[in-house]
Design a protein around this ligand. Structure first.
Ligand SMILES: *Cc1c(COP(=O)(O)O)cnc(C)c1O
Length: 438
């Protein structure tokens, strides 16, 4: 199919996600892609786009990565999939063992699904059910942070505090309690990031003091609340939240679907706070951005709550593609690359380099709150509400895939971003900003 045919047929037959389809008739471009290589995406006519947001935060080591390709190809010749109830296979065993080892074996039990929202629902259900099995029948509610995002299925929306995604479905959703976010941008003059963290933790304490009895779990996105607009916070918040969860008998769920897999500078974001969650949700980057895969890791204590002769005390949740062998092999190849290429060390260099290149952007008079955590860069732009859409178009016109959230522009590039790519990204993002402000 040539570009035009692909676009026409897509608009007729494909209902695209997170999109008002009618906007594609006006000012929202639809981009045909036929091939990817490294940080670049290409269309049939040879137009190219640097994938500055890792295709919705999933890609780690570039498109069409030779090592991940080889692992999947090898697995294809052996076993594509087998149901995981009553059956097992080497890739899922190895992946579970290696992920558990990465948590220092504090989270030794891995439950699989295919996407992030399902991982959220699994963690919520497991937390609730484990309290039920322990006889804590009153623990039926959850608490989440303002602006938090944990997926968009009806269950996950309960803990997702993003009005645009939730309000239309309000009558269907059993809302969780929402406590203040430790978002550093809320610092009053003279306040540090740690001060904001203390303030938010005090609000959490006040809430748990009143309601802790009924609360099964607190769910957080450690260090960076992605969909809230890359809202970053001090690790001190996580330390205090962990202590409060212990004090009030509340599980701590770390949703690292976006911030896990090295994105914030450590393999898991919560490591930077020196804490351990009761549940850890991973997806997005876990398969290198190749195949749908998510996993919830939990403790021996939670596992023991379900381990019983009675079927109904077990965790009977299931998805058809649970523990898919191809996806697990892609994840194993991804972990291999982390080990063999010293990715975290190299990302520290890549991140600092890109930050230095972005200095002019950070100093732009319309730019507010330039911030970075590992390989996540973001800033807010003082402009009218149409800015984000204009920036998206101007970036595409300069061979960049960047997709602002509201007036927040962010970069979340694949880790294989080279020096020339970084320079290209910084220069063209600056040009796109000028054009979108003009
Ligand atoms: C993307 C995301 C989810 C949902 O994952 P899906 O695979 O899109 O369902 C949940 N939590 C966080 C923090 C995310 O970034």
């Amino acid at each position: 199919m040539n570009n035009d045919e692909l676009l026409q047929r897509s608009l007729a037959a494909v209902w695209h996600p997170c999109t008002q389809m009618k906007h594609h008739l006006r000012d929202l471009p639809l981009v045909p892609v036929t091939r990817g290589e490294g940080v670049w995406l290409y269309d049939a006519d040879g137009h190219r786009y640097l994938d500055g947001i890792s295709s919705w935060w999933v890609n780690l080591f570039g498109h069409s990565n030779p090592r991940i390709n080889a692992a999947i190809t090898d697995q294809l010749g052996k076993l594509e999939h087998v149901m995981l109830a009553g059956f097992t296979h080497e890739p899922v065993v190895q992946l579970s063992e290696r992920l558990s080892a990465l948590t220092g074996n504090t989270l030794g039990h891995c439950f699989y699904a295919s996407d992030g929202a399902s991982a959220t629902e699994i963690a919520l259900k497991m937390s609730f059910h484990s309290w039920q099995n322990r006889g804590r029948k009153e623990k039926t509610e959850f608490v989440a942070l303002a602006g938090g995002y944990h997926g968009e299925t009806v269950g996950a929306l309960a803990v997702t505090d993003v009005a645009l995604f939730r309000d239309a479905y309000a009558p269907l959703v059993r809302n969780a309690h929402v406590v203040p976010s430790p978002d550093t941008r809320q610092a009053e003059p003279g306040e540090t990031a740690a001060d904001v963290a203390h303030r938010a933790a005090a609000a959490l304490q006040a809430f748990l003091e009143q309601n802790g009895e009924r609360i099964a779990a607190l769910i957080v996105e450690p260090l960076v609340q992605g969909a809230a607009g890359m809202a970053m916070h001090d690790p001190e918040y996580l330390r205090q939240a962990r202590a409060l969860c212990d004090q009030y008998d509340v599980h701590l769920i770390c949703d690292e679907i976006a911030v896990g897999c090295g994105r914030t500078g450590t393999f898991f974001a919560h490591e930077q706070a020196g804490i351990k969650p009761d549940f850890l949700c991973l997806s997005k980057g876990i398969s290198g951005g190749y195949l749908p895969l998510s996993v919830v890791l939990t403790t021996d204590a939670v596992y023991a709550d379900f381990y019983d002769d009675a079927t109904v005390r077990g965790f009977l949740h299931s998805h058809s593609y649970t523990g898919n062998a191809l996806a697990c092999r892609a994840a194993l190849a991804t972990l291999d690359i982390f080990e063999s290429d010293q990715v975290l060390e190299r990302n520290a260099v890549t991140g600092a380099h890109l930050e230095s290149l972005l200095a002019p952007l950070a100093g732009h008079p319309a730019v507010r709150h330039f911030r970075r955590r590992g390989m996540i860069f973001a800033f807010d732009v003082e402009a009218d509400a149409g800015f984000g859409r204009r920036f998206y178009r101007e970036a595409l016109a300069r061979e960049l895939l960047l997709r602002p959230m509201g007036n927040t522009v962010y970069f979340m590039p694949p880790y294989v971003l080279g020096k020339d790519d970084a320079a290209f990204l910084a220069a063209n993002a600056a040009a796109a900003l000028e054009a979108a402000l003009a």
